[in-house]
Design a protein around this ligand. Structure first.
Ligand SMILES: *[C@@H]1O[C@H](CO)[C@@H](O)[C@H](O)[C@H]1NC(C)=O
Ligand SMILES: *[C@@H]1O[C@H](CO)[C@@H](O)[C@H](O)[C@H]1NC(C)=O
Ligand SMILES: *[C@@H]1O[C@H](CO)[C@@H](O)[C@H](O)[C@H]1NC(C)=O
Ligand SMILES: [Zn+2]
Length: 474
């Protein structure tokens, strides 16, 4: 990049508004994505002054900053929507201390929290703070810091590494939304689907989750952090388990050092180019300073749901009319990195995705609360959420349906690529799991509700069956 061009670029963080990304807008050439800030979304742009001047009204809302230094990586950090009872003073000095600490030479005590992670530099350049609000900040940091920042953030904060290049803004096309609408309009209870989803085995789910968390010590898994050996063990184990159900699976690497995505496909019985995709993330995050990251709820629960669906497909000999993929992502905790790579690949192939549903945190509700199903308040395609909600009303009336602010799991990557997508979650409102991002996130504890976990898996499965079409071959 030429020096004069570089100096002319500035960064803009502004509330997301679709008109800023119109075909005619010069801003869309410098779009770096939408990120969550409290209850709203912010868009990040890097563009030159003449472009900003031509869209002058946006400067009333946005915050300008110098363009990041060359060679720096942009990282968005945000506070997750956790229940206020878990998070008494959300934005206190923890975050400021944290940002300050990034500029200090790393001490060995910082490094030992996860023995499986190797830091190569002892000095880090100070971070540039480009934007901050009460619930989010945008930093420019060196590459080593970017990769490991998630392990050093205050517990309820989450980081997302921004892409290196501008990204396309791709709204979900009207025709894709209409197709989901048609499935919803034609929806009636199918007794055979009820029979199939009722065949999910709770007993097997308990065994599977205990393997993934290491509660079953035979698995040897201590952590499923994206960089850990445990994540790789889990990936291979999942691949083998999915394959025994008739799927064809691949371990797909997406970034050096990260455990792979586990991508499993069932080919259709008829010729079809269309695809229904259901997913979860199998990577996890533990407590600061601990090598243990069992991820029993986040997101061992969604991963186990996916596996329970696959096992039932295999057991009953379900065959689909359209292509079906079951995907267990890695790199979610570092900012949806596995799903970002995979959804971009599907966009490049011009995949025809009917819908996708991410399952992230399905098992916990506060003791005394009824079993629930949370659907996203903001990120995702409302029509897909409506379909999932209506399917739950039909097949799992025991679930109380609500909307949640917990957001931004792997469905966001698909939604940003213009694919109809939503998430299923364990609760209305906030994240309330006291073991969220904690090394105590095991399956055997108060509030971890296997009946709810199974019921939400049934909802995801029933939606898959309605959307993909199927037949029973045995
Ligand atoms: C900041 O909040 C955390 C909990 O979110 C608490 O443990 C800590 O003591 C607080 N620090 C200050 C300085 O208030
Ligand atoms: C699922 O179906 C199989 C085959 O019909 C049957 O043997 C098994 O007991 C069923 N399992 C459950 C949990 O319903
Ligand atoms: C069912 O779908 C309708 C739209 O057809 C929507 O208004 C309603 O909220 C949905 N119900 C649930 C429980 O999601
Ligand atoms: Zn998660």
């Amino acid at each position: 990049m030429r020096a004069e061009a570089a100096t002319a670029l500035s960064l803009l963080v502004t509330p997301f508004q679709e008109f800023l990304l119109d075909q005619s807008s010069c801003l869309k050439q410098g779009f770096y994505g939408n990120y969550r800030d409290g209850a709203s979304m912010k868009s990040v742009f890097i563009s030159d002054q003449s472009c900003y001047r031509s869209t002058v009204m946006l400067l009333d809302f946005g915050v300008m900053a110098p363009s990041p230094e060359a060679g720096k990586q942009l990282v968005w950090i945000e506070e997750k929507a956790v229940d206020p009872s878990l998070n008494p003073s959300p934005f206190n000095s923890t975050l400021f201390d944290f940002i300050g600490r990034l500029g200090q030479p790393s001490s060995t005590s910082d490094l030992q929290w996860n023995q499986e992670v190797v830091f190569t530099t002892s000095h880090e350049a100070p971070p540039q703070l480009l934007f901050q609000s009460f619930t989010a900040a945008l930093l420019a940091v060196d590459h080593t810091t970017a990769r490991t920042i998630d392990q050093r953030l205050p517990r309820f904060w989450k980081s997302t590494i921004l892409p290196q290049e501008p990204v396309q803004y791709m709204p979900v096309p009207g025709a894709a939304v209409d197709r989901v609408g048609k499935i919803l309009t034609g929806l009636t209870k199918n007794e055979e689907i009820a029979f199939i989803v009722n065949n999910i085995s709770s007993y097997q789910m308990r065994n599977d989750i205990r393997f993934l968390t290491g509660e079953d010590s035979r698995s040897g898994i201590l952590s499923r952090h994206s960089f850990s050996d445990g994540a790789r063990t889990a990936a291979k184990w999942l691949k083998t388990r999915f394959e025994t159900t008739g799927a064809t699976c691949e371990l797909q690497d997406f970034l050096e050092g990260f455990a792979p995505n586990v991508v499993c496909r069932y080919n259709p019985v008829k010729e079809s180019d269309s695809l229904v995709l259901i997913s979860a993330h199998y990577d996890s995050r533990g407590s600061f300073g601990s090598t243990r990251a069992p991820g029993g709820n986040d997101d061992g629960s969604g991963t186990t749901a996916l596996l329970s669906i696959a096992r039932t497909i295999g057991r009953l000999g379900v065959k689909f009319h359209h292509n079906v993929e079951l995907v267990a992502f890695a790199g979610e905790e570092q900012g949806l990195l596995g799903s970002r790579a995979y959804s971009a690949k599907l966009r490049e192939q011009n995949a025809d995705i009917i819908l996708m549903i991410q399952a992230d945190m399905l098992a916990y509700h506060k003791p005394g609360e009824p079993p629930q199903l949370g659907l996203p308040e903001s990120i995702g395609t409302p029509e897909v959420s409506d379909l999932v909600g209506n399917i739950s009303t039909i097949y799992t009336p025991e679930l109380k349906i609500g909307t949640t602010r917990a957001c931004c799991s792997d469905h966001q990557s698909f939604h940003q690529q213009g694919f109809p997508a939503t998430q299923v979650f364990e609760r209305a409102d906030w994240i309330a799991d006291p073991m969220y991002h904690n090394s105590g996130d095991l399956s055997d504890r108060e509030g971890y509700d296997f009946d709810q976990l199974k019921a939400i898996a049934q909802v995801q499965f029933a939606t898959l069956l309605h959307a993909a079409g199927y037949e029973l071959s045995r």
